[in-house]
Write a protein that binds this ligand. Structure first.
Ligand code: ZN
Ligand code: ZN
Ligand code: FE
Length: 763
């Protein structure tokens, strides 16, 4: 036997974000650099690497695999095993193997810097090609039909590679080596512009230039993008923006604006370093930034608010369009009011023809519907207000693995669902409010898609306590072997605790608009001692009757009237709340309160903000839930203020905060001419101090040093930062939402975490 160099072999299985992010080409280059032979392939959601060669080289390879991982990839686990050398002569990327296991699907990634440069380089063969991508960028979740991620299992399968693209695809040194979405003007999808009556006007680059010209004269265009359609118009043209509002039947809820570059974004709002980082990242969320004084934006974009939602172009098509328009564009989801966004060309023609003047279409099929994500930087860190494109379908980990596969169906509004196997929680993208047939269909289609992609067949359903929610009916109709009901605010707190891996009891502050309590009343300002297995309600707001029920969320004066019915003596101080309300409306509402007819009792932070807005004479009616609270926050700004009195009573083992003296003081001071902004600031300070102090008290008595903040009210930056700092100043560790938002989008994850923990205990 001749002495051959010592050959060793290793088998590595890599889990994380490793498919659709150029991971295999990266492994290839790394192996070649270290003169190693072997192969790499996708196996289900993981990447399997077989390498053989010198021991030192193998060592270096394993190390650099972790340290030089591409920016959009993420390695969670590398399982390592010794292997038998196979006598390989070179290193190859080989065909995918199908198998069971956890199957991460990559989110859609914004166009990368290299592709953007090529897009505008006249010398490049993909100059102005609206579907330019590479291994580091482009659509993923929205084009994947099934796993493993290979072109033949994506909607790009309809576009056979031309000879030149094929060479790039197969050349290991090329940055499009194994880029499954690779395309060029010769072989890729195409775009065209269509009239509202279906007549095609132009195609290719001409279509983009024509669309831009039409946008510049105030037209509304439905644009097919990555996860669905947008409705676009010139964001500097107030008439066009108002026309879009009218046609879309959306009165005042702010519109998102898209610009091409970071500098363009800076012309619209103040952008901190951290906000710039978020704006330019591969996720490209809509980011709420402070609106610049004197910006060119039309007032109708975000009426009454000091912030504006801005996102940077993320598809090459957006770049081409924005460059040609030369102005910021309103880019709002392509739907009517709260319906799901349209994704198909035919569907869009049907559903959007009364809204859009023109359609900018393309022929790459969108296989998963997904909205733009929305984020905000609060207290120095990003807070997700809507988790969708760029984030979903990345999985989260549960602190307690579930012995059975679970489908947690989420809440009624801002719905998401969570599909669980083991400790992997697949939180769906934002689905929306489950109160139309369309949104229910969207829900079912996405569940089916998730079950299919991740190969999970749930046997346990988890739902909200509320018997009337559509999601509850959905859960019951699944006919699974077991259904678990979870209280809404318990789910809020569990979501935050679980995301941080905490299973011990915490003092949870769950502040939002509404959720059914276990006493049958409306909850929404709850402080609980909770863990994943249960909770004890420790503090609440004094119950107030809400005449008209759900109507009260849109008509703040009703909440004020409810409080007034408890203390008729403060009528003078509350006078501004009813200034413009007709006598017959008032009489009907009073009767509802008296007879306890359609006047549910509520402890709700959202409604308290509404009542404050009403007694300050700011808003008696709102056009969307949360409008009054958002305006109050804008009005308060960052100005310092002293708190007003906000008394706390103790009944049994719960604290009850009584906001009536606070509301009366606000109304009375406003009528004396005190500045509304200062009073809005005082209101915020009062709520911060009273709720934080109660939570500190609860924590002391229970001997707990961890707090958790959850619920939609924590989208309010002043409330969030104020309460957090006050709790931290008293030595509490404060858990805040990071991977999921504070609002109801996190409920399904909380439901899943609770159910998994309970199932593990019962087993
Ligand atoms: Zn790229
Ligand atoms: Zn091609
Ligand atoms: Fe909630």
């Amino acid at each position: 036997m001749t002495a051959a160099p010592a050959i060793a072999a290793r088998l590595l299985r890599v889990t994380g974000v490793v498919q659709g992010v150029g991971f295999r080409p990266f492994v290839y280059r790394l192996a070649v650099r270290h003169a190693l032979a072997g192969w790499v392939r996708n196996v289900a959601g993981t990447v399997e690497i077989h390498v053989e060669g010198g021991a030192e080289e193998l060592e270096a390879f394993q190390q650099e695999l972790r340290t030089e991982v591409p920016p959009v990839a993420r390695i969670d686990v590398v399982e390592l095993a010794a292997a038998v050398p196979a006598g390989a002569h070179d290193f190859r990327i080989i065909a995918s193997a199908d198998a069971d296991g956890i199957r991460p699907v990559t989110p859609d990634l914004a166009i990368c810097k290299e592709c953007e440069a090529e897009l505008f380089d006249p010398e490049n063969r993909r100059f102005r090609h609206p579907f330019i991508t590479c291994t580091n960028c482009g659509p993923r979740y929205t084009v994947i039909r099934s796993l493993p991620y290979d072109r033949e299992r994506t909607s790009m399968a309809a576009f056979p590679l031309c000879a030149r693209c094929e060479v790039e695809y197969n050349t290991s040194a090329d940055r499009r080596h194994h880029a499954e979405t690779v395309a060029c003007p010769d072989c890729g999808p195409r775009v065209w512009l269509e009239r509202e009556d279906g007549i095609a006007l132009s195609e290719g680059d001409a279509a983009i230039r024509d669309a831009a010209a039409e946008l510049r004269i105030g037209r509304i265009i439905a644009i097919r993008g990555i996860g669905g359609f947008h409705l676009a118009c010139d964001a500097t043209d107030d008439i066009a923006v108002r026309r879009l509002r009218e046609r879309k039947r959306r009165d005042a809820k702010p519109f998102a604006v898209m610009v091409r570059t970071l500098d363009d974004a800076r012309a619209l709002g103040a952008v901190s370093a951290q906000e710039a980082h978020l704006l330019t990242g591969p996720e490209r969320p809509v980011l709420l930034v402070e609106r610049a004084a004197g910006s060119c934006l039309a007032p109708a974009v975000s009426p009454g608010l000091d912030r504006v939602g801005v996102m940077l172009a993320y598809a090459p098509l957006h770049h081409l369009l924005l460059e040609a328009v030369g102005r910021p564009l309103v880019m709002t989801s392509g739907n009517l009011s709260e319906e799901p966004i349209a994704i198909g060309n035919t569907e869009a023609r049907m559903r959007l023809h009364n809204i859009a003047d023109l359609f900018l279409l393309h022929d790459r099929e969108i296989l998963s519907r997904i909205d733009d994500s929305v984020a905000r930087v609060v207290d120095g860190a990003p807070l997700l207000l809507r988790r969708a494109r760029g984030y979903a379908p990345l999985a989260l980990r549960l602190p307690v693995a579930s012995p059975q596969p679970i489908l947690a169906v989420g809440p009624h509004l801002k719905n998401t669902f969570t599909l669980v196997r083991g400790d992997a929680a697949h939180v769906s993208p934002h689905i929306g409010d489950l109160d139309t047939i369309e949104s229910l269909e969207h829900f079912h289609a996405t569940v089916e898609r998730y079950e299919d992609l991740f190969r999970i067949a749930p046997t346990v359903a988890v739902r909200d306590l509320h018997p009337g929610y559509l999601s509850t009916r959905v859960a019951e109709e699944l006919g699974l072997s077991r259904t678990i009901a979870v209280q809404h605010h318990h789910a809020h707190i569990a979501a935050v605790a679980a995301e941080h891996g905490i299973t011990t009891p915490v003092v949870g502050l769950a502040f939002d608009g509404t959720g059914l309590g276990d006493d049958g009343h409306v909850w929404g300002a709850e402080t609980m001692v909770a863990d994943l297995n249960g909770y004890r309600r420790a503090a609440q707001l004094r119950y107030v009757p809400l005449p008209g029920g759900d109507l009260a969320a849109r008509e703040p004066w009703r909440v004020a009237l409810g409080y007034l019915s408890l203390e008729p003596g403060v009528a003078d101080a509350f006078a501004l709340a009813f200034r413009d309300i007709g006598a017959d409306c008032l009489i009907t509402a009073e009767r509802q309160i008296e007879r306890r007819l359609n006047a549910p009792l509520a402890s709700s932070m959202g409604r308290l903000f509404d009542a404050a807005s009403a007694v300050l004479g700011l808003r008696q009616r709102a056009s969307y839930e949360g409008q009054a609270a958002m305006e109050l926050e804008s009005l308060a700004g960052a100005q310092p203020a002293e708190p007003l009195t906000f008394p706390v009573r103790e009944t049994g083992d719960t604290f009850v905060l009584d906001p009536i003296p606070l509301l009366a003081a606000l109304g009375e001071q406003r009528q004396r001419g005190v500045d509304a902004g200062l009073l809005a600031a005082r209101f915020h300070e009062s709520v911060v101090r009273a709720t934080a102090d109660v939570a500190i008290n609860v924590a002391d008595r229970a001997g707990i040093d961890i707090a958790a903040l959850g619920g939609g009210s924590f989208q309010n930056a002043r409330l969030f930062a104020g309460i957090r700092r006050r709790l931290e100043a008293r030595g509490l560790r404060v858990l805040v939402p990071r991977q999921l938002g504070p609002n109801d989008g996190a409920i399904s994850f909380g439901q899943a975490a609770i159910a998994a923990s309970l199932l593990a205990r019962w087993d």
